[in-house]
Design a protein around this ligand. Structure first.
Ligand SMILES: Cc1cc2nc3c(=O)[nH]c(=O)nc-3n(C[C@H](O)[C@H](O)[C@H](O)COP(=O)(O)O)c2cc1C
Length: 433
């Protein structure tokens, strides 16, 4: 197969594909889509593909400034370290090309995987992040690569998120995914103990020069733009200095979770939208806001109060993947009762849709189970014996899960979602309803 066919087949695989498939399919002599590549050949072909897609990236690296000048003088050159206005224009052009998505599925380990992203996209999400991928494991362990990163043609715009603390390793991992995504994102916000042990996520905030080198490495060498997802510092000025550094290092889009590294409990700590507004005012690149989104009214308030270009939602989407289509959980109807009607959708329906997507786009059972518990939580609370039955399964099947859903329905479980109908609000795209 010549390299053009190879690149085409990687970029246009039908349905879902993962990197194992990409590198191990049996060749079919008459199909331009089919190809086979062994592990040892992988490097060579990846290299060849890189050369096709990023023609000048393997050349000896000139000094950064020299490279900036070279890039700036070539109209279609990759988004390297362009200086000043040109770089901001590039960042905004790219964002505009993606349709300026405002409603975005946040990155969630084991939870923002392909079938869940596809479900959220069906119900209004305009872009999505993958779960965080560990850059070192991603390049070293086929299992991590194959199971934890799958995508498909319709899964765009897509942010692929990595955690890392070594620029070279991060770049190697990023190069593998860049043909399949619209941003390579760096996780600078994970506050968990595992991130502390591994020295990544929010713990890199103690070493800003390392963060700078991670961002710069990608910005100088990738063809897709680099984005970052951060938490804020307790002190606003520290946050502003931090985000300006990220922008200067080549970050083209920034998502800000308005909590500090120590504010882990979302129930105890509200996200600080004022800090996000200050970040938005301080930067020239697109900024996304994250935190405190329970339903669409929160989306409108957040966009207005922060001035952000879009919002990310995580936890609320897990229970209600139709949030961005205007559906809300009953618990969020506190006032204006008359303005809410029961939509023709409930969480059980959404779970069934999700399971069907999992049959189409296979993912590990642990991910499927996480969504079963999130979407059926209230049903399990009402009927704990159904949850106990699920917990005791050693060999899960889709048949079992569909039967379990039928049992809950037979028991009268309804987990309705509500729509706001008569109280018009400004829509996300700016028109009044
Ligand atoms: C189950 C789960 C997994 C998460 N995994 C990630 C992750 O992989 N990367 C990341 O940057 N943030 C991760 N987060 C944090 C969310 O992206 C988001 O920043 C946080 O939950 C606040 O948004 P929310 O208030 O809408 O939940 C995760 C959150 C949850 C609930």
């Amino acid at each position: 197969m010549d390299i053009k066919h190879f690149a085409f087949s990687l970029l246009s695989l039908p349905h879902s594909y993962n990197l194992r498939e990409s590198f191990s399919r049996t060749p079919h002599p008459h199909s331009p889509m089919a190809f086979s590549i062994s592990q040892t050949q992988k490097q060579i072909h990846t290299h060849a593909l890189d050369e096709l897609l990023c023609s000048d990236q393997r050349q000896e690296e000139p000094h950064k400034l020299q490279k900036c000048l070279i890039s700036a003088s070539v109209p279609d050159s990759p988004d390297r370290c362009l200086t000043g206005e040109v770089r901001f224009e590039r960042a905004w052009d790219h964002w505009a090309k993606l349709g300026r998505p405002k409603l975005i599925v946040a990155p969630m380990v084991d939870n923002s995987e392909l079938p869940f992203r596809m479900l959220c996209r069906k119900y209004g999400a305009e872009a999505a992040y993958t779960p965080m991928l560990h850059a070192k494991l991603f390049i070293e362990k086929g299992k991590h690569r194959n199971q934890d990163f799958t995508t498909c043609k319709e899964d765009r715009p897509l942010f692929v998120q990595f955690c890392a603390n070594d620029p070279d390793i991060l770049l190697e991992a990023a190069r593998i995914v860049e043909p399949y995504c619209d941003y390579v994102d760096i996780n600078l916000g994970c506050p968990q103990r595992i991130a502390k042990r591994g020295n990544y996520g929010a713990f890199l905030m103690d070493d800003l020069s390392l963060i700078e080198s991670l961002v710069e490495k990608l910005a100088l060498n990738l063809n897709v733009p680099v984005s970052c997802k951060i938490r804020v510092f307790p002190d606003l000025q520290d946050t502003i200095n931090y985000v300006r550094m990220l922008e200067d290092a080549g970050c083209s889009l920034l998502a800000v979770h308005g909590r500090t590294r120590d504010e882990k409990d979302w129930k105890l700590f509200q996200a600080d939208w004022k800090a996000i507004r200050a970040v938005k005012n301080a930067l020239r690149i697109p900024v996304l806001a994250n935190g405190n989104i329970r339903h669409m009214d929160d989306v409108y308030s957040c966009l207005e109060e922060t001035g952000a270009d879009g919002v990310l939602s995580a936890k609320s989407l897990l229970e209600n993947p139709a949030l961005f289509a205007g559906f809300r959980m009953g618990q969020w109807i506190t006032d204006d009762e008359e303005c809410h009607t029961q939509g023709k959708l409930d969480q059980v329906d959404l779970l069934v849709e999700y399971l069907k997507l999992c049959e189409r786009y296979p993912v590990p059972w642990r991910m499927i189970l996480a969504h079963v518990y999130e979407m059926l939580g209230e049903g399990f609370r009402l009927h704990p014996h159904i949850r106990d039955g699920l917990n005791s399964q050693s060999n899960l099947t889709f048949e079992y899960l569909y039967d379990m859903v039928d049992q809950l329905r037979d028991l009268g479980v309804r987990l309705p979602l509500y729509l706001k109908d008569t109280c018009g609000k400004v829509s996300v795209n700016g028109s009044s309803t």
